[in-house]
Design a protein around this ligand. Structure first.
Ligand code: 5AD
Ligand code: SF4
Length: 480
C-alpha cells in the first residue's frame, strides 16, 4: 500500500500550548528498528544550534538519529545535503538571526536543488513563526518542534523520497521519549536531561509554550544514564531542566525530589555533577545540604534572580521577593562558604522605573554574583508581559544594561581574583581557540582557565596553579 505522506501537516497552537492537564506523563521507549536505515548513505548534514543547553542536548539527539540513518556530519555548507537550524525563541534577536540565516542559505538550494533545509526547536512551536515560514520561506522543507525530534527519520523519508514538505508541530504533547540515540559533542562531559518543559509561566517567558508541560524523567533512568557515562569514561555531567528544583513534583507514585536525585547521583562515581537552571522559590534546604555534603557536586549555582524590585518580580510572576532571594543566598553561603553564584537579570521590564532598577543594582551588590547573563526585555507573542504597558525608552534600557554590566563585570573579576595563587582542579576541554599548546578547561567553581600543556591532558582533571586572574578567565600553570 502506498504510504500517505500528506499526513505531516500540523501547525502549532498557542492555546493548546498554554493548557496544563493533570494526566500522568507517558514514558515511551524509542523504537530504533528502522526500515529506512540507509536513507542517509553518502549524504552529509550540517546543524546550527541556537540558544540554551537544552537545545545543545537536543542537537546531540538529532545527530544520533541522523547517524543511525547513515548520514555523515559536515561543516561545509556546499557539501551538505541537509541543513537544520535548531532554533531558540527566547528573545527577538535570536529569532532574527535565524530568519537572516535562512535568507542566506537559500543560495545553496540553487547550486544543489536536492538540498533540504529544516527549522527545528523552539521557533516552530510559535504560531507566528510557522505562518511567516509558510508565507515567506517556501524553500524550507522541514519544520518540526521540540516534541517530535524522534520522528526525524519519518520526516526525512517523506522529504527525500516523496519530495513532500513536512510541517509537524505538536503543542499539547507531554510525553518523555527514552533511549533515543545520542552523538555527544564531548567524550568527557555530558548533558543529562532530568526533566522537560516548564510550568512556571513567568510572564515574560515563552518556554512554557515552546517546551510544554513540566515532566520529570524517572530517577532510575537518570541514574542508569549517569552510571553508563561513568563506564564510558565521562568525568562530568550537567543535569538539565528549566527549573531543576521542582524535579519530581509531577511524580504521583513517589516522593522523590531534586535533593534525592543529587544524593543518589553523588553516590555514582562520576567526578563532577553540575545542574542548571535553578529557581529561587523552589531551592530547598535539602538541596543546599546535598551540595554542601558531596565533593562531587560542584560548588557553582546559577540562580536567576531576574530583578531586585519586588514590584517587578510580582509582575514577572516569579513568586519570591528580593528579601527571600537574599535570605536564600545567605543560607547557601553559610552552608557552602566558597560557593560561586551566578544569575540572569532582565532590564527594561514594563514598570521597571529608575527606583526599581536601582534596587536591582543594590541586590547585585549584596548577593556578590560572580557572573550574570543580562538581557533587555524582549516581548514575546502570546506571553502576558507582551501586553504590559511599557513606557521606558530604548535609550534608557540600554543605559541601564550598561550600568548593570559594569557592576557585573566587577563581580566576574572579584570572583576570579579569589583564586589567584591557589591550586585548582581543571577538567580540560581542549586547546585554546587562539593559541596552540595552550589548554582550556573549567574549575570546580566553573571558572575558565588557560594554561600550557599537552593535548594528552584533554578530558582529564588536572591540578593547575592560578598565576593571574583576568575578568573573563584565569591564567595558570600545571601543578603536579
Ligand atoms: N526577554 C528578555 N530576557 C528573557 N529571558 C527569558 N525570557 C526573556 C524575555 N522575554 C531571560 C531570563 C532567563 C534567561 C534564560 O533568558 O533571564 O533566565
Ligand atoms: Fe521561563 Fe520562568 Fe520557566 Fe525559567 S522558570 S523557563 S524563566 S517560565
Amino acid at each position: 500500500m502506498k504510504k500517505d505522506y500528506s499526513q505531516y501537516f500540523r501547525r502549532p497552537s498557542t492555546k493548546a500550548a498554554r493548557k496544563r492537564t493533570t494526566e500522568d506523563v507517558q514514558t515511551i521507549d524509542f523504537d530504533s528498528h528502522l526500515n529506512i536505515k540507509h536513507l542517509g548513505q553518502g549524504k552529509h548534514y550540517l546543524i546550527q544550534t541556537y540558544g540554551c543547553q537544552g537545545n545543545e542536548a537536543d542537537t546531540e539527539t538529532i545527530k544520533g538519529l541522523l547517524h543511525q540513518l547513515d548520514f555523515k556530519e559536515t561543516t561545509d555548507e556546499r557539501q551538505a545535503d541537509l541543513i537544520l537550524l535548531n532554533t531558540c525563541a527566547i528573545r527577538e534577536n535570536a529569532e532574527n538571526r535565524v530568519f537572516g540565516e535562512l535568507g542566506r542559505l537559500k543560495q545553496y538550494k540553487k547550486s544543489n536543488p536536492d538540498l533540504l533545509i529544516g527549522v527545528a526547536g523552539c521557533m516552530p512551536q510559535e504560531e507566528s513563526v510557522v505562518d511567516r515560514l509558510l508565507m515567506k520561506y517556501p524553500y524550507v522543507d522541514l519544520i518540526f518542534g521540540t516534541h517530535n525530534i524522534y520522528k526525524i527519520p519519518e520526516y526525512l523519508e517523506t522529504a527525500m523520497l516523496a519530495k513532500e514538505r513536512v510541517i509537524e508541530v505538536f503543542s499539547d504533547e507531554g510525553s518523555i521519549i527514552e533511549n533515543l540515540p545520542k552523538k555527544r559533542e564531548f567524550s568527557h562531559k555530558a548533558w543529562v536531561n532530568i526533566m522537560y518543559g516548564c510550568d512556571e509561566f513567568c510572564t515574560y517567558c515563552v518556554v512554557p509554550y515552546t517546551r510544554g508541560k513540566e515532566r520529570s524523567r524517572d530517577p532510575k533512568q537518570v541514574i542508569e544514564e549517569v552510571k553508563k557515562l561513568v563506564l564510558d569514561g565521562y568525568q562530568e555531567v550537567t543535569l538539565l531542566g528549566q527549573n531543576v528544583n521542582s524535579y519530581g513534583r509531577d511524580f504521583i507514585d513517589k516522593d522523590y525530589t531534586f535533593s534525592h536525585l543529587l544524593n543518589d547521583l553523588a553516590k555514582t562515581t562520576i567526578k563532577r555533577i553540575r545542574f542548571t537552571t535553578s529557581h529561587p522559590k523552589d531551592f530547598d534546604d535539602a538541596t543546599i545540604a546535598a551540595i554542601a555534603e558531596h565533593k562531587n557536586i560542584m560548588p557553582h549555582i546559577h540562580l536567576p534572580v531576574q530583578s531586585g524590585s519586588n514590584k517587578v518580580l510580582k509582575k514577572m510572576n516569579r513568586k519570591y521577593t528580593k528579601e527571600a532571594y537574599l535570605t536564600l543566598v545567605d543560607k547557601i553561603v553559610k552552608a557552602i562558604p566558597h560557593v560561586s553564584l551566578t544569575t540572569d537579570i532582565i532590564v527594561g521590564f514594563p514598570e521597571e522605573d529608575d527606583e526599581a532598577f536601582e534596587e536591582t543594582l543594590d541586590l547585585v551588590n549584596q548577593a556578590h554574583f560572580e557572573g550574570a547573563f543580562t538581557f533587555i526585555f524582549s516581548p514575546r507573542a502570546g506571553t502576558p508581559a507582551a501586553a504590559y504597558h511599557d513606557t521606558t525608552s530604548n535609550v534608557v534600557k540600554k543605559a541601564r544594561l550598561q550600568r548593570l554590566n559594569t557592576v557585573i563585570n566587577q563581580g566576574y573579576l572579584k570572583g576570579n581574583k579569589r583564586f589567584e595563587n591557589q591550586v585548582v582542579e581543571v577538567l580540560v576541554d581542549g586547546e585554546s581557540k587562539n593559541k596552540a599548546n595552550i589548554l582550556a578547561g573549567y574549575t570546580e567553581h566553573n571558572k575558565l582557565v588557560n594554561f600550557e600543556g599537552d593535548c594528552s591532558l584533554i578530558g582529564k582533571i588536572v591540578r593547575v596553579k592560578v598565576t593571574e586572574a583576568k575578568t573573563w578567565f584565569l591564567l595558570g600553570e600545571r601543578h603536579e
